[in-house]
Design a protein around this ligand. Structure first.
Ligand code: ATP
Ligand code: MG
Length: 288
């Protein structure tokens, strides 16, 4: 399936989340049926990550945004599993610290962006500054409304420097969110995750949807696109995101660097019978 094409927010297009079914499942009926395909994409991602590292000129920034219990952590755990931890990191955006709040809103986002060869995942992101900040009027409209253009400029700086920026909104229904909260209540291992705020934020659902729609309309660009991922079914979410990431990485046409030595010469020098003979003839100095 071409989920890149199906779920992308075309630059300038209107976003109507109410018209997108969060329970969409595509061609598979169940998690078990989808598992082999997810595995295939996850392995493609791992191979592509190796190429990204070897190529050394490009990088990938993945932005994950969702309402509470939308599944950001699940994507980090299930989609990026096969990637090499040496070239991957996750940055979580919580309420700004005093130091962060004393800077411009992009300051804390710029620092953890990926260096060449690396993959970075933003678990929440600089978009919180036009989402929660807008919904709760933490700054005046005159301030947040200018941020869309600033975000576009920021992401242009990153892409001009070789970073592919891909942004995912995990789209769940209010009923699915409530069901996930209830599961947390029943699971002693996850009860610590529940807060009153989860329930009070739910009341602001329409405001969040409006803020998300505006954000995606104004910041989905050719160089840094948004994807709306139906996420009521966790396995479908993982399938769609892993496919989109694998396709996007493969489209980057990453290349292995040229070899730095004459391979035939190295073979002759160190790996022929004569060379091995020489090595066997070598007696190490006696230990004292
Ligand atoms: P979990 O799924 O574990 O709840 P989480 O990402 O929701 O993960 P929390 O610590 O519960 O993590 O919440 C972080 C909170 O910080 C969110 O409510 C988010 O909206 C808020 N936040 C993030 N960035 C900003 C910001 N710039 N200004 C104000 N609040 C912010
Ligand atoms: Mg939370």
């Amino acid at each position: 399936m071409n989920y890149q094409k199906r779920f992308v927010v075309e630059p300038g297009a209107k976003v109507r989340l109410g018209k997108i079914d969060p329970a969409f499942k595509g061609k598979h009926e169940s998690k078990d049926k989808a598992a082999p395909e997810i595995q295939k994409h996850v392995e493609r991602m791992a191979k592509a990550q190796y190429m990204l590292y070897a190529d050394g000129n490009r990088s990938l920034l993945v932005v994950l945004q969702a309402l509470d219990a939308g599944g950001k952590d699940g994507v980090v755990r299930h989609v990026f599993t096969a990637m090499n931890p040496q070239g991957t990191s996750v940055s979580s955006f919580k309420q700004p610290s005093a130091m962060e709040a004393a800077h411009d809103f992009l300051w804390r986002a710029h620092l953890p962006t990926p260096v060449k060869g690396e993959v970075v995942i933003f678990n929440r992101s600089h978009y919180e500054d036009v989402l929660v900040v807008r919904v709760h009027q933490l700054v005046p409209k005159a301030v947040w409304s200018k941020r869309y253009d600033l975000i576009n400029d920021f992401e242009k700086i990153l892409t001009d420097n070789g970073t592919r920026v891909l942004k995912f909104y995990l789209h769940i229904s209010p009923a699915e969110q409530l069901a996930r909260f209830a599961q947390r209540l029943d699971d002693p291992l996850r009860q610590w995750k529940i807060s009153e705020a989860d329930y009070s934020e739910r009341k602001l659902w329409p405001d969040y949807i409006e803020a998300y729609e505006d954000a995606m309309e104004r910041t989905s660009t050719k160089h840094a696109p948004w994807y709306v991922i139906p996420s009521d079914h966790k396995w479908f979410r993982n399938l769609a995101i892993s496919e989109i990431l694998a396709d996007a990485l493969e489209d980057m046409e990453l290349k292995l660097p040229p070899t730095r030595v004459d391979i035939a010469e190295i073979r002759r020098k160190y790996h022929t019978a004569a060379a091995r003979q020489g090595r066997q003839g070598h007696t190490p100095p006696k230990e004292k």
